[in-house]
Design a binder for this molecule. Sequence first.
Ligand code: PMP
Length: 338
Amino acid sequence: MHRSVIDAIGNTPLIRLKRVSEETGCEILGKAEFMNPGQSVKDRAGLFIIRDAERRGLLRPGGVIVEGTAGNTGIGLTLVAKALGYRTVIVIPDTQSQEKKDTLRVMGAELIEVPAVPYKNPNNYVKVSGRLAEQLARSDPNGAIWANQFDNVANREGHIRTTAEEIWTQTGGKVDGFVSAVGTGGTLAGVAFGLKEKSRNVKIALADPLGAALFSFYTEGVLKAEGSSITEGIGQGRITANLEDFTPDFSYQVPDEEALPYVFDLIQEEGICLGGSSGINIAGAIRLARELGPGHTIVTILADYGTRYQSKLFNPEFLRSKNLPVPGWMEEGPQFSV
Ligand code: PMP
């Protein structure tokens, strides 16, 4: 029995991705993070950030947690906050999916939508959330903290202590590679540190969407971004504190055209319903499988559940507006009539 929803965070299953495993001759395993109570990998960061703030004596009962987020961290923070008696104020770029915004409102977060502008702009959602946290820390009677997921290493600590441990145990130590995209870098760097502590032989790969700058940083030493992606929650332009001291063994740049067909096929053929960032991760896992050759076990992250993107990723009109291919089944009418 779980004493609260918090105990239901983590210990997610590792699911074999059948078709891509058969095609590569590797075992490609997806860590089903969409099975967390907030339906994403970010419940772990939410929990570790709040527990860390409590340990430091920064949070009082009824206190406010402020965060800038593409949505999933806000959902994770809010469910943990509700279970522990805190409140959340979430600053989100207005480009993020309506479903994530609706979820946050339903859960009782106070939601502030801001225009999506680059990090260097003072009105960027991350910077707005930092300033707001400072203001509320002074004005709210119960005080406030800034979760600061990008530069708060309690985020990656959560993945070192839980995600990496779980992957090691679930594979019986038979894991040759791990690959994921980066939002904050908590998942990639945290799992990398955790697994490398177990075995120096585990290869770590970055899968970067277009529009992110890490691929060029790890391959050429310069932060340079080109192109764009419809994926949400990933695509980083700087070296966050969570990425400090981390270097991947391999780096891949994955266009949406390569990644999204895996998401569409997994729903139709294997019953696994995922968001776009998981497609980038799976495409990265396939590239790493080809790099290492058949017979290896590669783990990646199934980061969040697909219904969160019904109005975008699973909307033919939206896909066409982005010049992305629309899978045939998405446009087919009903096959049976009564
Ligand atoms: N996928 C999705 C859907 C996310 O919301 C996030 C978090 N922003 C990530 C991947 C990346 O995780 P991390 O922040 O740990 O790099």
